[in-house]
Design a binder for this molecule. Structure first.
Ligand code: URA
Ligand code: SF4
Length: 184
């Protein structure tokens, strides 16, 4: 059992557990406050994240930062991570074997951070964390409690770049998350 972020970083730094290791420049472990009460979970690094080694710094990340600013969520007060830590080629969705290989790292991150609220960004995060039977279109914006953690799902910010109409819903869901964060 890994007991600190130092141990986790040591273990992951040369990870070859799945084929995503072949094309990565950097492993993108996570960013933000390691003692945060709120965690955001995305899918996997894109090109900018792969270069910088930091999650959500590209186009989708900038859009999310704008929403955070408008709603009053401070990025430095939350912790952000992804389902897979290495960039899938051409930004394709991570495949099941890759999710399976990588998920223990995220489980460890959750155990170390001990968040009270987890915001799941998009379908890949929903299925990997809550289970395959959950569908983003059915559960987004609703609270689901499991083992003392409250989960809320919304669209992945990259989906907003493709479909403007989703922006309103994304903001609504983040505002709902913020309402609950304020109660902590
Ligand atoms: N999309 C994700 O899911 N994660 C990132 O870190 C960047 C884009
Ligand atoms: Fe290892 Fe995860 Fe990267 Fe695969 S995606 S090589 S499991 S760190």
């Amino acid at each position: 059992m890994i007991e600190s972020f130092e141990e986790l970083e040591e273990q992951i730094k040369d990870c070859h557990k799945c084929k995503l290791c072949n094309n990565r420049n950097n492993i993108v472990l996570g960013d933000g406050d390691k003692n945060a009460k709120v965690m955001f979970i995305g899918e996997g690094p894109g090109a900018d994240e792969d270069i910088q080694g930091i999650p959500f710094v590209g186009k989708a990340g900038k859009l999310m930062n704008q929403a955070f600013k408008g709603i009053g969520i401070k990025r430095e007060e939350i912790y952000i991570a992804n389902i897979v830590k290495c960039r899938p080629p051409m930004n394709r969705n991570p495949e099941q074997d890759e999710v399976d290989a990588c998920l223990d790292y995220l489980r460890t991150q959750v155990l170390l951070v001990k968040p009270k609220i987890i915001v799941l960004l998009g379908s890949v995060a929903v299925k990997a964390i809550l289970g395959k039977e959950y569908s983003i279109t059915k559960i987004r914006g609703k609270w689901i409690e499991k083992k003392d953690i409250k989960y809320i799902a919304t669209f992945h910010p990259a989906a907003l770049l493709r479909d403007e109409a989703k922006k309103i819903v994304f903001w609504k869901d983040l505002k709902e998350a913020k309402r609950e964060i304020e109660k902590l």
